[in-house]
Design a binder for this molecule. Structure first.
Ligand SMILES: [Zn+2]
Length: 431
């Protein structure tokens, strides 16, 4: 028999609890992103890892603390901290074999990211090293990165393949992600990104590589149940709109939804192909005109529920390229989201707290808007907003505590520090 005391927890001693929501599954569009809802002198009831009630001086949602017999609940005094929902990183590439410091220096000497990629560096460099590395070694490295991310308050992570570029290596990466899913209690989503770059062997014949992705890789990925979504790097010098369309349609026919890399290097039709195919998100958008913004707004009224625009400000910062127009996307009424894009080439950034700050300083978001962009809206980009991204009855008790006062404004203000005090996953302290 299970011990009731172990399953039921009452968290209290919370000066302010941020990011609370009246119902499960809320995400925020446009002006609804300006104010973060909170409880002061707050408490939270957690049963079997899920929030069942929460409240404070202002009221409560779900089960009221006054109606439970507190003797049956394990009381956990958090000691006066502020609490925030676990952050959601909807776009990462953390399974990689080696960092790319040399290319970092090459870029600082004046080479562009595209020129390095064309000379066999970049993604192809990562692919060569990954192909030679064992699954166990890859796992250990990725697990260490994941622990760093969790220590910075992230409790939902999307992880892409894409540094394999052969069937075996792509499957190897996705099996590593599967092991991470089994070993960590946080929410992990896997994305098959076989079309991340065109391998040397297919230089000049990208359509043949697309055939390989569609006819050989995708069926194996689906058969082994290794991916939750498919992704394509749809951009200048990578995959065309037509090739992207073929891959997304083939994946959809096998039951895989899509999220894509769009418009990092130019206005290349990425948003158009994403909306046409009902993609859950269009990520990057460093190049995004009024036409793209209008299409994204229209998509919100479509049956699939719309394509979430995801900005990756760490990439813009690291590569010195434009930022996604987060301000304009929010002003248009969209549920703008942000992610780290954690990867060895264009964003070696593990912390969403840094992304939060960049969203404010570089994209002119209010602290509250940037907070929603890395919580419930990022969860929406993964269609798991009913599970994570806010503190509401029915959602997972994934949250972090901070001793930083007035956290929503102070975290992005004091950039470069880790403001996390403790991280809880399914109501349990992560150690
Ligand atoms: Zn990416």
């Amino acid at each position: 028999m299970r011990n009731l005391h172990l399953m039921r927890k009452l968290f209290h001693g919370i000066s302010t609890m941020w990011g609370v929501a009246a119902q499960q599954g809320l995400y925020r569009c446009g002006t609804h992103m300006q104010q973060v809802e909170s409880f002061s002198s707050a408490w939270m009831l957690v049963e079997d890892g899920l929030i069942v009630g929460l409240g404070g001086e202002e009221g409560f949602y779900g089960v009221d603390r006054a109606n439970v017999d507190e003797a049956l609940w394990e009381r956990i005094d958090l000691g006066g901290v502020e609490v925030l929902p676990g952050l959601v990183d909807s776009h990462t590439h953390i399974v990689f074999a080696a960092p790319r410091h040399e290319e970092f220096e090459m870029r600082l000497k004046g080479e562009s990211y595209e020129a390095i990629a064309a000379a066999g560096g970049g993604i192809l460099n990562s692919a060569r090293k990954l192909q030679a590395m064992s699954e166990d070694d890859l796992y250990e490295q990725a697990a260490a990165r994941l622990r760093t991310m969790i220590a910075h308050g992230t409790t939902t992570v999307e992880i892409k393949s894409g540094y394999g570029l052969t069937t075996d290596s792509e499957l190897k990466i996705l099996r590593v992600v599967k092991r991470l899913k089994q070993d960590f209690d946080i929410v992990i989503k896997a994305t098959f990104l076989g079309a991340h770059g065109i391998p040397m062997e297919f230089k000049g014949e990208p359509d043949k590589y697309v055939d390989l992705v569609i006819k050989e890789m995708l069926p194996k990925v689906v058969e082994e149940g290794l991916a939750d979504h498919v992704d394509v790097f749809c951009d200048r010098g990578f995959f065309t709109v037509e090739q992207t369309d073929r891959i997304l349609k083939a994946a959809a026919a096998m039951g895989l939804p899509s999220k894509i890399h769009a418009n990092e290097l130019g206005l290349t039709g990425g948003v158009q192909v994403a909306v046409t195919n009902g993609s859950w998100s269009a990520d990057h958008l460093e190049h995004c005109s009024e036409v793209e913004v209008g299409l994204l707004v229209e998509s919100l009224r479509m049956d699939y529920g719309g394509t979430v625009p995801v900005g990756l400000p760490g990439t813009s910062y690291f590569l010195g390229i434009p930022y996604a127009p987060g301000r304009a996307l929010i002003d248009a009424g969209l549920p703008f989201a942000m992610a780290t894009d954690f990867n060895p080439g264009s964003s070696p950034i593990a912390s969403l707290q840094v992304v939060w700050a960049l969203g404010c300083t570089q994209q002119k978001l209010l602290p509250a808007e940037a907070f929603y962009a890395i919580t419930c809206n990022a969860a929406r980009a993964l269609r798991c907003e009913k599970e994570v991204g806010a503190l509401a009855a029915g959602q997972r008790a994934n949250f972090f505590t901070t001793k930083t006062v007035d956290a929503i404004k102070a975290i992005p203000y004091f950039m470069g520090q880790n403001h996390t005090h403790q991280v809880f996953v399914n109501g349990r302290l992560f150690e």
